[in-house]
Design a protein around this ligand. Structure first.
Ligand code: URP
Ligand code: ZN
Ligand code: ZN
Ligand code: ZN
Length: 464
């Protein structure tokens, strides 16, 4: 047999432990893993001294996302360029139906937006913002299309927020068909009150975004949704998206100890940045929900990442240009009018690798668990994605563990001219991305063709 590609002398990381040797690839799949593969190949790459990890699965992106009167600046082309440059070979993007739009037509719309543009592979989640008969009816049909995970909101009043009754009804329905429920857990009613109060007092700077969404808003909502979902039994598969507090992790962990399949996702910016960023002149760039929190919360999150209590790390990649963030004004608009969201898919790898692995807080096993293995299992992509074993897709990120990089917009690939990590010096960088056996990124250059990514339908999630 002549392989398409052999990666020689790799140090690879899998959940069953690291191994050193060679990986042979044929027809986009991992064909063989061994000590020293001597057979022929069309191409051989020597990766001595580099780390090979499963291609990252960014389970939280918003490409071409219509939100807060803007559409995000990264479409599926720019967004997946950034993704593959950061070692992400699969994104899972949120289909966002317009108000009144049915789920199937929103699914078709997302496929036709994504298919001609994607460079990474992609899966889809479905946002549900209303609970009428038609929407409830379409849930099993949507799951049959491979959209097995959903997002329901407890915040963004008058936009996405659902009542407790609606949440109950939707969780029940999604669970009846085996779907996974993602929850944006913040108390939208009280946040709305706090926003009105601050605005009426003329308190409009970006820092009031944080004061209007204190930690307890996430903790209360997490407690409430865990209680509501627990009424429906231990089969319910639920995770809190973009968790920003240690307490919200502990709530889900305590249910998990009782046998519930309740999990948390966190996001690199909650691990690395704090509330002070909202006080800077460019503080508007750091507006996302939930907001950046205290250093104390950052430490709590790192501890829970290290202990395994945090299940996945996604980017919440939701990019607005400076002009969009400022709503095309000279002045920064009042905090509650700044579109919520920040870039992140390209920097998951260097942030977790440098601040987590290199600093000795997490090991490589945890790194690959939260960046590929667990998201693959949670979103029904495992074992096609999320692992290095024969038969799986040949998706890899190749890390140079010693490469020093000063992060700036110049070295990144989004469709904007800033990054929230501007000036940060990291050690460890993705130097090559292989997606289904094809090199799609190498040393600063995205080589993968627009539209060469594939839709990967989700199957039944594999969770213990
Ligand atoms: O601020 C954020 N997170 N924007 C994206 C929408 C969401 O809630 O995930
Ligand atoms: Zn959210
Ligand atoms: Zn999001
Ligand atoms: Zn408003």
């Amino acid at each position: 047999m002549v392989y398409d590609l052999i990666l020689k002398n790799v140090k690879a990381f899998t959940v069953s432990g690291p191994f050193e040797g060679d990986i042979a690839i044929k027809d986009g799949k991992i064909a063989k893993i061994g000590g020293d593969i001597q057979e022929q190949a069309n191409k051989v790459i020597d990766l001595t001294g580099k780390y090979v990890v499963p291609g990252l699965i960014d389970g939280h992106t918003h490409m071409e996302f219509p939100f807060m009167k803007e559409v995000t600046a990264d479409d599926f082309y720019y967004g997946t360029r950034a993704a593959v440059a950061g070692g992400v070979t699969t994104i899972v993007d949120f289909i966002t139906p317009a108000k009144g739009q049915d789920l199937l037509s929103a699914y078709e719309q997302w496929r036709s937006n994504a298919d001609p543009k994607v460079i990474s592979d992609y899966g889809l989640h479905m946002i549900i913002r209303e609970s009428n008969t038609k929407i409830l009816e379409q849930i099993p049909e949507i799951i049959n299309k491979g959209v097995v995970s959903f997002k329901l909101f407890m915040a963004y009043k008058n936009e996405f927020m659902l009542s407790d009754g609606e949440l109950y009804k939707l969780i029940k329905r999604i669970n009846d068909f085996g779907g996974v429920i993602g929850i944006h857990a913040e108390n939208g009613e009280i946040i709305n009150e706090l926003i009105q109060q601050f605005v009426s007092e003329g308190k409009i700077e970006p820092i009031y975004h944080y004061y209007s969404r204190p930690d307890i808003m996430e903790i209360e909502a997490t407690n409430r949704i865990a209680s509501i979902a627990s009424m429906l039994g231990k089969d319910v598969k639920m995770y809190i998206v973009h968790t920003s507090t240690g307490e919200a992790v502990d709530i889900m962990s305590s249910y998990r100890k009782q046998g519930f399949k309740f999990y948390n996702e966190t996001v690199p910016h909650y691990l690395t940045l704090n509330t002070d960023f909202l006080k800077r002149p460019d503080g508007y760039r750091y507006v996302m929900s939930p907001p950046l929190r205290s250093d104390e919360q950052r430490t709590k999150l790192w501890m829970r990442l290290a202990s395994g209590d945090i299940f996945t790390v996604g980017s919440d990649h939701c990019v607005y240009s400076d002009a969009q963030k400022k709503r095309y004004r000279e002045e920064v608009p009042p905090f509650h009018e700044i579109p919520n969201g920040v870039p992140g898919t390209e920097t998951i790898l260097p942030i977790l690798f440098y601040y987590g692995v290199k600093k000795g807080i997490i090991g490589m096993e945890r790194f690959i668990e939260v960046t590929s293995y667990n998201p693959a299992r949670l979103f029904g992509l495992y074992p096609r994605k999320g692992t290095i074993m024969p038969g799986s897709d040949a998706d890899f990120a190749v890390i140079d563990p010693n490469r020093k990089v000063r992060i700036s917009a110049d070295v990144l690939h989004s469709n904007i001219n800033y990054t929230i990590y501007e000036g940060m010096e990291v050690e460890g960088w993705n130097i090559m991305t292989i997606r289904r056996g094809e090199i799609v990124y190498e040393e600063g250059q995205v080589i993968g063709k627009k539209g060469s990514g594939k839709y990967i339908p989700g199957k039944t999630p594999v969770l213990v």
